[in-house]
Design a protein around this ligand. Structure first.
Ligand code: ADP
Ligand code: ADP
Ligand code: MG
Length: 455
């Protein structure tokens, strides 16, 4: 293994997850952390820790110079970016490589192509992968934008080329709305992502969000089947499954093959996800974007394939060829993940940081809880609200749902509000049990079921 000491340039549950994979590979771990995270579980678990700056992410987890200094100081030979923060920042990948270190992810150039959502659409089209009808690349000229929007037909989606995390997306229902939203969207994208570039897509109504996990070593790529993440609020995933139970086998094969073709077309190295919208009725899928990193919901894929995706991404980053062939990847059973966030679902998902007074973690067969929590931990108010992910597996989806209900019943997080009550109501809902949902199903459901969330 060409990696002996790995700097973790991230925090929270994904830092813990990376430490676990590294330790099994015999790699020493160095946890980079802000002053607000000095007491975090990742810092406690890692072999070493290096402080990188104050609580504000801009001065710590997004501070490339501070992270490179931490790598130098600790003698790390590789950097894992996790998800969020700098994980899809091509300049960071290049800076890590220029410093003589291994970046656990794709090359800066691959991130530049696939991390820019307008450029990724073009790469998909070039690889023969269907995309949502929309603009050819970025659209800067307002007059051309109007012509394209009219040609696509309203409603249209205005999306930030650099967007992510469900942000930077607007829907215009008519020309008037479009004219108002375009300049707003551009200004917001500039402020949020440092890049005001926009593109336009047709709104696919009642679509499902289906994504394909891939692994590449720079030469070849394989897929690890799909996940369905249609239960979303504000375009953020709350509940994820693998596989998607609505996908016919023939469509699955085409979808997964398209993802492999696209990944290979950019000589992708690492773990990545190609996201698609899927229309049940026409059985058509449309590529929307690629996430050039490990994803929050990767464990459901691990549960149905038996693979350790974080271990594999570290191995290929170290220059090893993929040691599994496509035929080795087998799908077994069904897995569901729910995101446990420090938010109050009864109060419009208001953030609810605080101190963990008590904690009971679920266990038993087919049950996994990836978390940053320990009893007495103070959840800091500065970062993403994700506390942990409860993942269950069983042979059939129905049994997995029963297991989720059982595991949620065991989970106790005392002292703060969490999204657990939401998932309890969802797991019992007849439409959810029948998998009759799409990406815009959850929001109206939340309006109607708000009172049930007072746990
Ligand atoms: P996943 O598909 O893994 O769920 P998300 O798009 O939800 O990925 O993003 C994962 C994490 O990264 C979340 O914490 C999200 O808030 C954050 N994130 C993703 N992209 C961006 C971005 N461009 N800017 C800021 N945060 C982002
Ligand atoms: P992000 O980078 O923020 O994850 P995505 O392009 O992946 O942005 O879109 C996030 C979500 O927004 C999708 O999962 C889907 O629910 C919705 N969405 C995106 N594009 C479309 C579209 N063209 N039509 C309908 N819904 C869309
Ligand atoms: Mg996305």
């Amino acid at each position: 293994m060409a990696i002996g000491r790995l700097l973790i340039a991230n925090r929270g549950e994904i830092a813990v997850r990376i430490i676990r994979a590294a330790r099994e590979l015999g790699i020493r771990t160095v946890q980079a952390h802000s002053t607000a995270d000095a007491d975090s579980l990742a810092v406690r678990m890692a072999d070493e820790a290096v402080e990188i700056g104050p609580p504000q992410a801009a001065k710590s987890y997004l501070n490339i110079d501070a992270l490179l200094a931490a790598a130098r100081k600790s003698g790390a030979d590789a950097v894992h970016p996790g998800y969020g923060f700098l994980a899809e920042n091509a300049n960071f990948a290049d800076a890590v490589t220029a410093a003589g270190l291994i970046f656990v992810g794709p090359s800066g150039d691959a991130i530049r192509i696939m991390g820019d959502k307008a450029a990724a659409r073009a790469a998909a089209e070039a690889a023969g992968v269907p995309v949502v009808p929309g603009s050819d690349g970025r659209i800067d000229d307002p007059e051309r934008a109007r012509i394209v929007a009219r040609a696509i037909g309203f409603p249209v989606m205005i999306k930030a080329a650099a967007g992510g995390g469900g942000r930077g997306i607007r829907i215009a229902h008519d020309q008037g709305e479009f004219d108002t939203l375009m300049p707003q969207a551009s200004a917001e994208a500039k402020a949020a992502f440092g890049d005001g570039g926009l593109y336009i897509e047709k709104v696919i109504e009642k679509a499902r969000h289906i994504e394909v996990q891939i692994l590449g070593d720079g030469n070849s790529a394989i897929h690890c089947f799909e996940r369905e993440c249609s239960l979303q609020r504000r375009r953020q995933k709350l509940w994820e499954e693998a596989p998607s139970v609505v996908l016919p086998q023939a469509v699955r094969e085409k979808l997964c093959a398209s993802a492999v073709a696209l990944a290979e077309s950019v000589k992708y190295r690492g773990a990545g996800t190609l996201e698609y919208l899927y229309d049940d009725e026409s059985q058509k899928f449309y590529f929307i974007e690629m996430n050039t990193r490990i994803q929050v919901e990767h464990p459901v894929t691990e549960m149905i394939t038996g693979l350790d995706l974080v271990r594999e991404m570290i191995r290929v980053a170290a220059g090893e060829p993929l040691r599994i062939s496509q035929d080795d990847v087998r799908m077994n059973g069904h897995a569901i993940e729910v995101r446990i966030n420090a938010e109050d679902p009864a109060k419009n998902f208001m953030p609810a940081p605080g101190t963990i007074a008590s904690l009971r973690i679920p266990g038993g067969p087919g049950t996994r809880f990836d978390t940053l929590l320990y009893q007495g931990y103070q959840v800091p108010p500065f970062y993403d609200s994700l506390l942990g992910k409860l993942i269950v597996w069983d042979e059939m989806r129905g049994a997995a749902l029963d297991r989720m209900v059982r595991a949620l019943g065991e989970l106790e997080i005392g002292g703060i509000k969490t999204t657990k009550p939401l998932h309890q109501v969802l797991a019992a809902d007849p439409e959810v049990r029948a998998a009759r949902f799409h990406t815009r199903w959850l929001e109206p459901w939340l309006e109607q079921n708000a009172e049930k969330m007072f746990a």
